[in-house]
Design a binder for this molecule. Structure first.
Ligand code: SF4
Length: 330
């Protein structure tokens, strides 16, 4: 029933791509299930090729799905078409990675932010213009920006405009796909802080996708760790950082920059090692086994299911109960 339960739910999500010149298909997203609560920030982390951006596109109905379902507040998005789909899609908006490409260079800031309101026939012209100024203020830009063209602004300013545009239709879920990755480090913190304060102020839900665990951990309530199109772990951010339950999460944490001298890190897990295999040809059994220092014979034969552990984490590892993973505790 709408209004109860999670805001968004992905269940057994499958997205496959045809490989040029090959008979097989790339299972970019291969049975992924997670939920995003109301006013929750859910982080999705994974290396390049893990399927995280494909999941974002599937949620936005920009990518057809091959299996499973996406439900927004009780309504199956993947079954909607035409007007019904457009009505639901207003409720989910996206901020893309590249702030430069996301803005039409021929538009002023006012036109860019007003466009979704105009296309959605929302309010009078005067009301829409007042809303543009209000949105600019919310993202930390003043009214003087309304006449600016994209090429006169920095990457950080453009991403603020993109966020204002995404908020124009008052979405309930904001999907941020690597929204700070293309920005200078000095600008990144400002955008992360802006997203955090907007989420608190507007009480919206956020799906925050990044390859950078440090960034995701800074703002997410819960984190899902993706590996080769499948979830390896889903945990509360604090417990994932303090006590990772999957060896891949441990590896990601060990690769994070540390404030302590390297000699103090001798006992830590090795930082990220080896290349991820191609998602087109994942290893047999556990997909992570070719990079896992804890792999055993069972891991070659049997694919671990994502299952709940004591404490609430969901983990796909045969040895999750017996391993004492180190995470940041060196
Ligand atoms: Fe490593 Fe085996 Fe666990 Fe996979 S199932 S993460 S290979 S220990």
């Amino acid at each position: 029933m709408p209004g109860r339960g999670p805001l968004l739910s992905a269940s057994g999500l499958e997205v496959h791509f045809k490989l040029p010149g090959e008979s097989g298909r790339l299972r970019a997203v291969d049975g992924v299930s997670f939920e995003i609560g109301r006013s929750e920030i859910f982080g999705l982390i994974g290396e390049s090729g893990s399927g995280k951006s494909t999941i974002a596109r599937a949620i936005m109905c920009l990518e057809p799905i091959n299996g499973g379902q996406v439900t927004l507040d009780g309504t199956r998005l993947d079954q909607l078409r035409g007007k019904a789909l457009r009505r639901q899609r207003r409720r989910v908006q996206m901020v893309f990675q590249d702030p430069h490409e996301s803005l039409d260079p021929r538009m002023t800031v006012r036109q860019a932010i007003e466009e979704p309101l105009r296309l959605g026939r929302t309010g009078s012209r005067a009301a829409r213009r007042a809303r543009v100024v209000d949105l600019l203020n919310r993202v930390g830009l003043d009214e003087s920006y309304v006449g600016r063209m994209a090429y006169t602004m920095s990457g950080g300013q453009k991403q603020r405009v993109n966020i204002a545009r995404a908020l124009a239709l008052e979405p309930e879920l904001l999907v941020c796909d690597e929204a700070v990755s293309a920005l200078d480090v000095s600008v990144r913190a400002g955008i992360i802080n802006l997203l955090t304060s907007l989420q608190r102020e507007l009480q919206i839900s956020v799906l925050f996708i990044s390859h950078d665990l440090g960034v995701v951990a800074h703002l997410a309530d819960r984190i899902g760790v993706l590996y080769l199109g499948r979830l390896a772990e889903v945990s509360e951010t604090e417990s994932l950082s303090a006590r990772p339950r999957h060896p891949y999460t441990e590896m990601l944490l060990a690769a994070e920059p540390q404030p302590r001298p390297s000699s103090h890190r001798a006992a830590r897990a090795p930082s990220i090692s080896g290349e991820a295999p191609s998602a087109a040809r994942p290893p047999s059994g556990c997909r992570f086994r070719t990079r896992c220092r804890y792999a055993q014979e069972r891991c070659v034969q049997e694919e671990p299911a994502l299952r709940p552990l004591e404490g609430g984490a969901l983990v796909a590892c045969h040895r999750a109960e017996e391993l004492e993973l180190t995470g940041r505790r060196a």
